[in-house]
Design a protein around this ligand. Structure first.
Ligand SMILES: *[C@@H]1O[C@H](CO)[C@@H](O)[C@H](O)[C@H]1NC(C)=O
Ligand SMILES: *[C@@H]1O[C@H](CO)[C@@H](O)[C@H](O)[C@H]1NC(C)=O
Ligand SMILES: *[C@@H]1O[C@H](CO)[C@@H](O)[C@H](O)[C@H]1NC(C)=O
Ligand SMILES: *[C@@H]1O[C@H](CO)[C@@H](O)[C@H](O)[C@H]1NC(C)=O
Ligand SMILES: *[C@@H]1O[C@H](CO)[C@@H](O)[C@H](O)[C@H]1NC(C)=O
Ligand SMILES: *[C@@H]1O[C@H](CO)[C@@H](O)[C@H](O)[C@H]1NC(C)=O
Ligand SMILES: *[C@@H]1O[C@H](CO)[C@@H](O)[C@H](O)[C@H]1NC(C)=O
Ligand SMILES: *[C@@H]1O[C@H](CO)[C@@H](O)[C@H](O)[C@H]1NC(C)=O
Ligand SMILES: *[C@@H]1O[C@H](CO)[C@@H](O)[C@H](O)[C@H]1NC(C)=O
Ligand SMILES: *[C@@H]1O[C@H](CO)[C@@H](O)[C@H](O)[C@H]1NC(C)=O
Length: 460
């Protein structure tokens, strides 16, 4: 018997044990999970979305603004006026079939109970010169943004799109990565929230961001449902650093039922992100669902905690589930604690499951200057599918930094295969305690043999 996810979400602990009793004679993998995880972690931590009470109004005033007549017809002044008019209980309507071109940076951090009915297209100008000199800057990874949204109770919904006009940026900065210290050019994120409490984004498409699609800063109770995020280039200059969701000091983030077609992280929790709930995501061509990297900046404490991730389809990716923290001299500290990945399907993924405390360092360096970010209570349940074979028969890798805290790392039902053949091999180094399944050291003969069967798919 398979218990539906909907049922599980409504369940509290007594309900779980009832399910377990009912199915005790059936071949129920669920029962086995709950029993062994309870034993392992003391408690079965079932994730659920954060709750936020958005104000309800029977009538909302609709506000309309002029749309653009062509792609250089900048309506940002009208947009700002419309936002001000719709603030405090109204709705700004951006109509189907119409285009709204934004050519000036907009500070929208004064919001309080506003809806945006986005059925048309918001298009940013691709005047790189202008945006280099006019933007909102955030020191984390030298981020900039076209606009910033903040305040309370912001709802953006509809069938329309926010379009970053990314091609000029992909062409202009074809060689520049944001983490490259010699790169002076900054590329804006498509959507940025700062100091927002209660933000819901539903139904829309976010297309061709020059850089990250969503950067969420110092905010609380954020929801994304039914969004599509895509970034595509028309030539060989591919979109770079096109992460879909990056977070910084965020508490309470729920992302559900969404599709992603980009070339970088499908999801990436960055410093100080707590209470994350992800469910039903489809990611194609990405770098996976990542926790981190954190622990990068000297003396700074970063935390990622209380994360529940369920039902992810991960296709043609570099990583599936990934947790990464920095090691080396001059690094930060913190912890990644209480993270569950459950029901994860991979196809053509280089590293289907990778946990590393040695990000950006080699083995010697990582042993000499271990990570100061603790890993604890990390659970991987029910993984299935095929790797790309790039790591040969290695399908899951746990690389804990020697002398760092890395405990209660637990896996169950890991059924990932490799086109390189059988048996699939899981490596684990530096973990305190066992990880629930058979694993070998990365320098063991089994692991070396498994890696030697590498298939270079060449596609990633
Ligand atoms: C990890 O989980 C165990 C068992 O629930 C708990 O005792 C421990 O405090 C947790 N670790 C952290 C860092 O919270
Ligand atoms: C774009 O629209 C604006 C406003 O209607 C107009 O002034 C301008 O000439 C148009 N530009 C082009 C290239 O059509
Ligand atoms: C966010 O809030 C902090 C603390 O209140 C304040 O210092 C900062 O200026 C705010 N940022 C923005 C963009 O409003
Ligand atoms: C899992 O997510 C996919 C979308 O990627 C969705 O089609 C499917 O219905 C979800 N499964 C469950 C059990 O909700
Ligand atoms: C998935 O991404 C690959 C490139 O990574 C692309 O060729 C393919 O069309 C995408 N599939 C879908 C269904 O979008
Ligand atoms: C994360 O939160 C901790 C504790 O509140 C704080 O000391 C630290 O500066 C925060 N880290 C970042 C990167 O803001
Ligand atoms: C672990 O995280 C989940 C959310 O994913 C939360 O419901 C649970 O309370 C957390 N456990 C502890 C011990 O804080
Ligand atoms: C990491 O673990 C060490 C040893 O248990 C502990 O002293 C330290 O407070 C932990 N750090 C964080 C940020 O939780
Ligand atoms: C490891 O990294 C350190 C520091 O960057 C470097 O000095 C050393 O040569 C590297 N060792 C190997 C084996 O690559
Ligand atoms: C593997 O590494 C461990 C320590 O990292 C070392 O003790 C052991 O000898 C190595 N084994 C092989 C086969 O190289």
């Amino acid at each position: 018997m398979k218990v539906s996810i909907a049922t599980l979400l409504l369940c509290v602990t007594p309900c779980l044990s009832l399910v377990a009793t009912e199915t005790s004679n059936a071949a129920s993998s669920f029962k086995d999970h709950s029993a062994s995880i309870k034993e392992h972690r003391g408690n079965y931590f079932q994730g659920r979305p954060q709750q936020h009470q958005f104000p309800h109004r029977d009538h909302r005033k609709n506000v309309y603004i002029r749309s653009s007549s062509n792609e250089t017809d900048d309506i940002s002044a009208e947009f700002l006026a419309g936002i001000k008019k719709a603030n405090h209980g109204g709705t700004l309507v951006l109509e189907n079939g119409k285009q709204y071109v934004i050519g000036q940076k907009l500070d929208l951090t004064f919001l309080d109970d506003i809806h945006i009915q986005l059925d048309g297209q918001i298009l940013f100008t691709d005047d790189i010169e202008y945006w280099q000199n006019n933007n909102f800057f955030h020191p984390f990874q030298n981020s900039i943004t076209f606009w910033q949204w903040g305040g309370n109770d912001i709802v953006i919904q509809g069938k329309g799109e926010i379009n970053g006009n990314g091609q000029a940026w992909y062409d202009g900065f074809a060689r520049g990565e944001i983490l490259d210290p010699n790169n002076q050019y900054l590329r804006p994120a498509l959507f940025t929230a700062v100091n927002a409490t209660g933000l819901s984004i539903q139904g829309i498409t976010m297309r061709n961001s020059p850089c990250w699609a969503n950067f969420l800063i110092t905010s609380k109770d954020i929801y994304y449902d039914d969004v599509l995020i895509e970034a595509q280039s028309i030539n060989k200059n591919l979109p770079k650093n096109s992460d879909c969701w990056d977070t910084y000091n965020v508490d309470g983030l729920t992302v559900t039922n969404s599709r992603v077609n980009i070339g970088d992280d499908c999801f990436s929790a960055k410093p100080n992100t707590t209470n994350i709930f992800l469910q039903n995501l489809w990611c194609n061509g990405t770098h996976g669902v990542s926790m981190g990297s954190i622990g990068q900046y000297p003396g700074v404490m970063d935390i990622i905690e209380n994360v529940y991730i369920e039902n992810i389809t991960m296709l043609n990716a570099q990583n599936g589930a990934r947790l990464k923290t920095w090691a080396g001299p001059n690094i930060g500290y913190g912890r990644i604690n209480n993270v569950t990945y459950k029901d994860f399907y991979v196809d053509n993924v280089d590293y289907p499951l990778i946990l590393t405390q040695c990000y950006s360092t080699n083995k010697t360096e990582c042993a000499k200057h271990p990570s100061e970010v603790n890993f604890s209570n990390i659970t991987f349940l029910s993984f299935s599918g095929m790797s790309s074979g790039k790591r040969g028969r290695l399908t899951a890798e746990v690389i804990c930094s020697p002398n760092a805290v890395c405990e209660n790392i637990f896996m169950e039902d890991i059924d990932i295969h490799s086109p390189a053949g059988e048996p699939a091999v899981v490596t684990c180094d530096g973990v305190t305690g066992d990880i629930g399944i058979d694993c070998v050291a990365a320098n063991s003969t089994q692991a070396r043999d498994a890696l030697a069967t590498t298939i270079d798919s060449g596609s990633l």
